[in-house]
Design a protein around this ligand. Structure first.
Ligand code: LER
Ligand code: MN
Length: 278
């Protein structure tokens, strides 16, 4: 797929798509995929990131056709809704729930592998039931993630593991500890996803967080400090792009931000904000 965004340095820009928008969820396109994908393409987006709880519910035929027509790729499948809407968790104390979470991620990998896309492990890693469970939960998480990552590796799909702020997941919040978790557990085929909204809350120094991730960095979500589109808050995005260039990042930068003040403003504003900061 060609890069159409006009930016130097081969970073590719992705827009988020789901079935229905909601003002609390950081996704900016929904509805009839064909018209939305055409609009994203006209604005200069290279790809779309899909947010569904279950890959079997995604209208992938329609999406794939529209992507082909508009020369847009599928960058990633986000999976957090399987936790938020259905409670599936990679560290759940109930092994049936854990198995269902692993199975769901395998289903996402099957979908991703035929689209050269990445699968995001974010909120689906679940929450600690208490601080006393931290150690065992981290072991369980490493075990569950390894199963998923090996399955993805065999199918040529990538996995990215996301550092998420404390108000959504109560462990592995900073970029630094999440990188350490991936390295210490030797997770195969697993890179880190850094999201500027979470880093702004959790990481003392975002440049340091990106440099520390280095070539483990596999995917980037950009929203501003208030989770509105890039440029609508007070994150220094020039600092972020300088750091991304320093680690020679050439992957996707995705618009995971709120559809506010309205979806169209957010979609157009995000790409303008990114280009201004680049
Ligand atoms: C997932 O990428 C993420 O950043 C979560 O905060 C979604 O709510
Ligand atoms: Mn994110």
């Amino acid at each position: 797929m060609s890069i159409k965004n006009g930016l130097p340095d081969q970073m590719k820009l992705s827009a988020t798509l789901t079935a229905e928008l909601n003002q609390y969820a950081p996704v900016i396109m929904a509805g009839e995929p064909a018209s939305k994908i055409a609009m994203a393409s006209r604005l200069g987006y290279d790809a779309i990131e899909l947010h569904w709880a279950n890959p079997t519910h995604i209208p992938l035929k329609k999406i794939t056709a529209a992507c082909r027509e508009n020369q847009v790729g599928i960058s990633a499948f986000a999976t957090g809704r399987a936790y938020v809407q259905e409670g599936l968790s990679l560290i759940h104390e109930d092994s049936d729930n854990r198995k269902a979470a692993i199975k769901r991620l395998k289903d996402f990998i099957d979908a991703a592998s035929s689209h050269a896309a990445t699968v995001i492990i974010g909120c689906i890693r679940g929450n600690l039931v208490s601080e006393a469970h931290r150690e065992i939960a981290l072991k369980t998480l490493a075990h569950s993630t390894k199963i998923v990552a090996e399955y993805a590796q065999e199918r040529n799909a990538g996995i990215v593991f996301e550092a998420i702020n404390r108000f959504e997941n109560n462990y592995l919040n900073t970029a630094l500890e999440t990188v350490a978790f991936i390295k210490e557990n030797d997770l195969p085929n697993t890179k880190i996803l850094l999201d500027t909204f979470h880093m702004n809350i959790e990481d003392a120094d975002m440049t340091h967080a990106i440099l520390n991730a280095g070539d483990l960095l596999g995917y980037v979500h950009i929203a501003d400090s208030n989770r509105h589109y890039a440029g609508a808050g007070h994150i220094d995005l020039k600092e972020i792009f300088n750091a991304l260039r320093k680690v020679n990042y050439k992957g996707y930068i995705s618009a995971e931000c709120l559809p506010l003040p309205d979806a169209d403003t957010s979609l157009a504003g995000w790409i303008r904000g990114v280009k201004n900061a680049f």
